[in-house]
Design a protein around this ligand. Structure first.
Ligand code: ISE
Length: 365
């Protein structure tokens, strides 16, 4: 696994050391196509256009032509290419960001591998473990020939400074062996089509990756419990859920996933270790105290959505990816991480349906 840390104006720190920043001229800029310009894709276009160095968005593609035109209109020199596979094949494109709906990822990622160009694919890598494994094998074949990898998966939390700090603390040995990890993943609301199964495959998938990132172990079993549901749950679904992961080293990770809190976006992770405990995600910002008729209050802000909470993480993720893609490779979670998340997600869905502890079926690396 690659550990992303920080990017400064002149250097980029990675697990491999500090790389000198690459000189930037228009000719040396990475020419990027962004496929899918909904919420996440449009955000990536804006980020690449305004905050990321070394790249420019030269094409966008979206099933909604008007949306594509509108996003392209905000970026000088950006074309709309209606067919995403045509965008991948286009000679002007050096690298691709995939933010289309998950069912299109497999075909688009494989097309990038076949063309030999770097790609950042938003999660999920594909819709199920078998197809993710097929992508792993396709990239393995490319890597065996070319000696480099092409596919980075958008698990942005690895680039969040707090998560990077937590991982570094664990790795330093200062708090001893991690034993238990407590996670809370709360969204203020979700769209009407968001089912309890999607809470596992779309939301808790981030804790799957966080657990593997922090503990450097695979998840071997999943149990899902359904507490009394909130009356705000979408369509009578089970919300919140309590999810328990067991890892190869016998550690346990629990996740309270609650996607209709009606409050704000909260993601907390607490590692309980043999010689210490560490917590991230309090998200307090400025703490303000004031008086009033009902007595003194202390208050602070909470981020409204993942776009704000992980805004910095997305910036660092994109900058790392651009820097690595200009060298022809990636710098972050890869296809195996995408596959592992899909395999654990499948076990999670079975565990939700059956109410039973469910073992994860994973292929050999
Ligand atoms: C969404 O797709 C995300 O990836 C967010 O990070 C997560 O918090 C949310 O629950 C998902 O729906």
């Amino acid at each position: 696994m690659t550990t992303a840390q920080t990017t400064t104006g002149t250097t980029t720190e990675t697990s491999a050391g500090v790389l000198p920043a690459m000189a930037e001229t228009p000719a040396s800029q990475l020419r990027v196509a962004v496929l899918g310009v909904g919420l996440m894709g449009a955000d990536h276009v804006a980020r690449l256009h305004s905050r990321i160095s070394g790249a420019r968005v030269v094409a966008v593609s979206d099933a909604f032509a008007e949306k594509a035109e509108q996003v392209a209109g905000g970026v000088p020199g950006c074309r709309v290419i209606a067919d995403p596979l045509a965008a991948i094949a286009d000679g002007e494109i050096d690298a691709v960001v995939i933010a289309t709906p998950g069912q299109f990822h497999e075909e688009q990622v494989v097309a990038c591998i076949e063309r030999g160009i770097p790609v950042l694919c938003e999660k999920p890598l594909t819709m199920d473990a078998d197809s993710s494994l097929a992508v792993v094998r396709a990239e393995d074949q490319f890597a065996a020939r070319a000696g480099r990898r092409l596919v980075q998966v958008g698990f942005m939390r690895r680039f969040d400074p707090e998560y990077a700090q937590l991982r570094a603390l664990i790795a330093s040995g200062e708090i001893g062996e991690p034993l238990v990890v407590h996670c809370a993943h709360r969204n203020p609301s979700v769209p009407p089509h968001f089912t309890s199964e999607m809470m596992l495959t779309d939301s808790v998938v981030h804790e799957v990756d966080v657990a593997r990132f922090l503990l450097d172990e695979e998840i071997v079993a999943v149990t899902v419990l359904r507490p009394r549901p909130t009356r705000h749950a979408v369509d009578g679904g089970s919300d919140p859920l309590l999810v328990l992961f067991e890892t190869t080293g016998g550690r346990m990770v629990d996740v309270e996933c609650f996607v209709s809190t009606g409050i704000a976006y909260e993601v907390r992770t607490e590692v309980v270790a043999e010689d210490g405990i560490a917590l991230i995600g309090l998200d307090t910002g400025l703490v303000r105290q004031s008086g009033g008729p009902a007595g003194a209050v202390r208050s602070s802000g909470i981020t409204p959505s993942f776009k704000e909470r992980f805004g910095r993480a997305y910036d660092i993720e994109l900058q790392h990816w651009v820097d690595a893609a200009r060298r022809g490779g990636i710098d972050g979670p890869g296809v195996w991480d995408g596959y592992a998340a899909a395999a654990v997600g499948e076990a999670g869905v079975l565990a939700l349906r059956s109410g039973q502890r469910t073992e994860v079926r994973m292929a050999q690396r």
